[in-house]
Design a protein around this ligand. Structure first.
Ligand code: NAD
Length: 245
């Protein structure tokens, strides 16, 4: 039986991509909601919610998922620290939530390889992150880059103050304990991420290039299917794919 879904942000790029592949991925969009629609209207027929809309909207959708006791897949990015905390306190211990800045299998493999590379290469290799997206993207750095930064912060035991977004002017020498992050915007780029490990005499680059939004759509539906029946908790796509070690 196809998984019955409420899709929030249904008229957006991701909403359209999810609707286009739902049937072939054993899912059915029974409630497609966007601005002006009432997500409560058909919620009782839904088994899970997929949310790809706008950062201010996610908390309301999370509260609806808790009220109806159904799993939630959060694809939306760009939440403020306050919004993240409010969403976490609304859902924690109540429902299974999959929350990932990127649902592609390839990017989650990049996350895994980044964690492994940081562990192998260590402090003599300086990490930098470069991300590129289309000119309509509203947040920077991307949710995917934020996840890579978290992995690098863990791997190098660095804190948020040691993450540097762009460089301009006389910034001085690069300290060892730093992660540089750079966001390029233009054209119709779906999403590119490179993690550089710059050593003395060599450099390693791990790159993922997305060329079609269907990779995120397929991953989000797979996440919703995985979430059904799981113990309440907040999971990411690496958990869904079994890459969390
Ligand atoms: P988009 O701007 O094309 O679509 C967003 C949609 O949300 C629009 O149709 C808009 O009308 C709708 N929306 C806004 N407010 C709403 C509300 N109150 N209720 C219902 N719908 C509302 O954006 P997009 O490219 O589809 O991306 C959507 C979000 O998903 C962004 O935050 C983006 O960064 C993120 N994203 C995440 C992944 C991932 O894998 N996690 C991949 C791609 C995009």
């Amino acid at each position: 039986m196809p998984l019955k879904l409420l899709l929030n942000g249904a008229r957006g790029r991701m909403g359209i991509a999810i609707a286009a592949i739902a049937e072939n991925n054993n899912a059915e969009i029974v409630s497609a909601c966007d601005v002006g629609d009432d997500p409560h209207a058909k919620i009782d027929t839904c088994e899970a919610i997929i949310e790809f809309s706008f950062h201010e909207v996610t908390l309301n959708i999370a509260e609806l998922a808790v009220e109806k006791n159904i799993p939630l897949v959060i694809g939306t990015t760009g939440h403020t620290a306050e919004e993240k905390a409010a969403i976490l306190s609304a859902v924690e211990g109540k429902i299974p939530v999959i929350w990932a800045g990127n649902y592609s299998v390839g990017v989650n493999t990049l996350n895994y390889l980044t964690r492994k590379a940081a562990g192998i290469l260590g402090k003599h290799y300086e990490p930098e992150v470069l991300e590129m997206h289309h000119h309509d993207k509203k947040d920077a750095p991307s949710g995917t880059a934020e996840r890579l930064i978290e992995i690098l912060k863990d791997g190098y035991a660095l804190n948020e103050e040691q993450v540097v977004h762009g460089r301009e002017g006389i910034v001085g020498e690069r300290p060892r304990g730093e992660i540089g992050v750079h966001a390029l915007r233009g054209g119709d780029i779906v999403g590119e991420h490179t993690v550089y490990f710059c050593g003395d005499g060599e450099r390693i680059e791990l790159t993922h290039r997305a060329t079609d939004r269907k990779i995120f759509a397929q991953g989000a539906i797979r996440a919703a299917q995985w979430a059904v029946g799981k113990v309440p908790g907040v999971y990411n796509m690496e958990d869904v794919l079994g890459l969390s070690d």
